[in-house]
Design a protein around this ligand. Structure first.
Ligand code: FAD
Length: 379
């Protein structure tokens, strides 16, 4: 077993963890480590290349939209990082499928306000840009945290990499950049978390964890040529809500959220799901939709780095912010910074930015007021 010493451990390299590391570095704090269980960074943000050998077009299998008018902190960050954004395509009629055996109905579409915005290159442009600004040696991908032990002034973080090597890292503070429910299910704490806190974390829904997305790419956006927006709602499924997902460089695509619950999806093979999705898109948008260039499915409910059994069984309602029950002997050593900890936008991308910002602020203030070695956190 190897041993390390750092000032801060960030658990999770989704948006909140990467943004927290970015802020730490900006404040001159370089002795931190980000632990990420997956081999890849970004967490619930996942943009995959639309073609095997192509341009920079990517399809979003996690989040797609943000709303800068309502979420100025996120909007400003995207602007300051120099990332290009563009409006969700909404022009044209929409399709509605009300029941089996009844043909879909074409209705006049409507524009949502405020407008939903997307990122050029997919939402992962945001996490890629943040990750590129970090010291690569401070990010440990494929290294899952298993347990935390508090000795009073220090926290012992035990992590395990993909080869099964266990490492101990001693830190002053831990930023929890993963959903509270996942922490409660997968990490062990010594001393144990206060019972009320553990119960609150377990009952905090992880936003979108029960959901799955299907994306189909096409040679051209044939629906737009017929005056359709690409938007549809269906009571027949397998997709419940469908949108245009064309990329800014011109790649044509549609995406949908499955309406089938996770417990039903898990009993179907991906081939069967794809076949039903193609048939549904052809019913809604015509025969061209039956022959996509490529198809993608991402079922978040079956991803153990996002969902627990509670997400598979539970309802998919929106997350309420994780409550702040007393931390007991962990007080001053742990801060929750994943999106679910945001009071303003719990579960959203903007929430991950808000919670990470507040977590780093609190951490630097705490350290300045309690520093025993006379060293101050730079701001
Ligand atoms: C299908 C879908 C659609 C969405 N659509 C939108 C949208 O349009 N707009 C919007 O604002 N939001 C949307 N969201 C929500 C958005 O994706 C999240 O709010 C945001 O990505 C959360 O970031 P996070 O860093 O808080 O958590 P996460 O992205 O979940 O990051 C947690 C990280 O911790 C890692 N981890 C887990 N366990 C361990 C461990 N033991 N040790 C180390 N690392 C660990 C995980 O692998 C992950 O990388 C959507 C989500 C999904 C799934």
């Amino acid at each position: 077993m190897t041993m390390r010493t750092e000032r801060v451990a960030v658990i999770g390299a989704g948006l909140s963890g990467l943004y927290a590391a970015f802020l730490l570095q900006r404040r001159g704090i370089h002795d931190y480590l980000v632990f990420e269980a997956r081999k890849t960074l970004g967490g619930r943000i996942l943009s995959l290349p639309a073609t095997a050998h192509g341009n920079a077009d990517r399809v979003d299998l996690g989040p797609t939209w943000f709303w800068p008018d309502m979420q100025p902190q996120l909007g400003n960050l995207i602007h300051d990082l120099g990332i290009t954004s563009f409006e969700q395509h909404q022009a044209g009629d929409m399709m509605i499928e009300r029941s089996h055996g009844e043909p879909p109905v074409r209705l006049r579409g409507y524009a949502t306000a405020p407008v939903s915005m997307r990122l050029a290159g997919g939402m992962a442009t945001l996490t890629d840009t943040l990750a590129a600004a970090l010291n690569a040696k401070s990010i440990l991908a494929g290294e899952a945290v298993r347990s935390l032990r508090c000795t009073g002034s220090k926290v012992e973080v035990r992590s395990e990499n993909l080869a099964g090597t266990v490492t101990t890292t001693w830190v002053d503070h831990v930023l929890l950049a993963l959903p509270p429910r996942l922490i409660e299910a997968n990490l062990s704490f010594e001393p144990a978390l206060p019972r009320a806190l553990a119960q609150q974390w377990r009952s905090t829904n992880t936003w979108m964890a029960p959901h799955a997305k299907y994306v189909a790419t096409y040679p051209f956006a044939f629906w737009r040529q017929s005056g359709l927006s690409g938007e549809a709602r269906s009571a027949c499924g397998p997709l419940g809500e469908i949108h245009d997902a064309c990329m800014e460089r011109g790649g044509a695509a549609l995406f949908g959220f499955f309406g089938l619950p996770a417990s039903v999806r898990r009993n179907a093979t991906e081939d069967v799901l794809r076949r039903h999705c193609r048939a549904q898109l052809a019913r809604l948008f015509g025969p061209d939709a039956a022959t996509p260039k490529a198809e993608f499915i991402k079922d978040w409910a079956s991803d153990p780095h996002t969902a627990t059994t509670l997400d598979i069984e539970g309802a998919a309602q929106h997350a309420l912010p994780a409550a702040n029950a007393p931390l007991g002997s962990w007080n001053g050593r742990l801060t929750g910074i994943a999106s679910e900890w945001s009071q303003q936008f719990p579960g959203y991308i903007a929430g991950a930015i808000d919670a990470a910002y507040r977590g780093v602020e609190a951490l630097t203030l705490h350290d300045r007021s309690t520093s025993s070695h006379g060293r101050k956190w730079p701001i």
